[in-house]
Design a protein. Sequence first.
Length: 278
Amino acid sequence: MNMLIDSHCHLQFPQFQDDRVQVLERAWQAGLSAIVLVGTDADCSQRALALAESHPNLFATVGWHPHQAAQFDDQGRLALRRLAESPKAVAVGEIGLDFYRNLSPPETQRAVFQQMLDTAGELRLPVVIHSRAAEEDTFAILSAWAAQVRAQWPQERPLGVVHCFSGDLALALRYIQLGFLISIAGSVTYPNTDRLASVVAGLPLERLLVETDAPYLTPQSRRPQRNEPPFLIETVGRIAEIRAQTVREVAGQTSANAAALYGIQASGSGPAEKKEAL
Ligand SMILES: [Zn+2]
């Protein structure tokens, strides 16, 4: 396999505190060419960036998850703004709406989401979107944001990615129309996932990303273990099977998509790099 990018994972989380070095070693051994560490609040984003700085093929995103929206304040906003300017910060996220667990009031979630989108627009960074039980609300907010930023956006560069996509094919196609990519997680390997399979089969491969979302969403054959980057291969295998393509094609194209989205250069042959000016 030439290229395999885990476009979304959380190796900075405490679940990896005892064996992070070994987990990373296994990831490079398994052929991962880059890993994107996704932040969920200021401290977590700071940890993601610090870890990303330790290896050329690690990158970070900085964001504030809707679960923690109620804890968002000026200090958090300023800290994230500063972190987002770091050379290893490749996107703003994860941000969005979660009306399934509703750990923060919906209005607060909306306000934080909007502020984070404004930061991304200002810095011209793509966004990593978390949306659960909030399909139409999230889409409406992103449509408005897309209309606002598109004129200044580098041509051909996607605006962002909807992570761990769980909607239907019609919604996925609307997101693609808007300039977003769709990311598929280990849940595609679970039984009874016809709806997700039809999303995977129905989209152009050029618009798909793959992710572990580790430590969560462990692919079927490894459950109930903690998820980690090498297990991404099972997800890629399932996508290849659904699409009747080879594992190599799926790994190569989704990784090229991730590299283009995040502005990183990654190939199996050497360390990844963040591209200078996009
Ligand atoms: Zn995540």
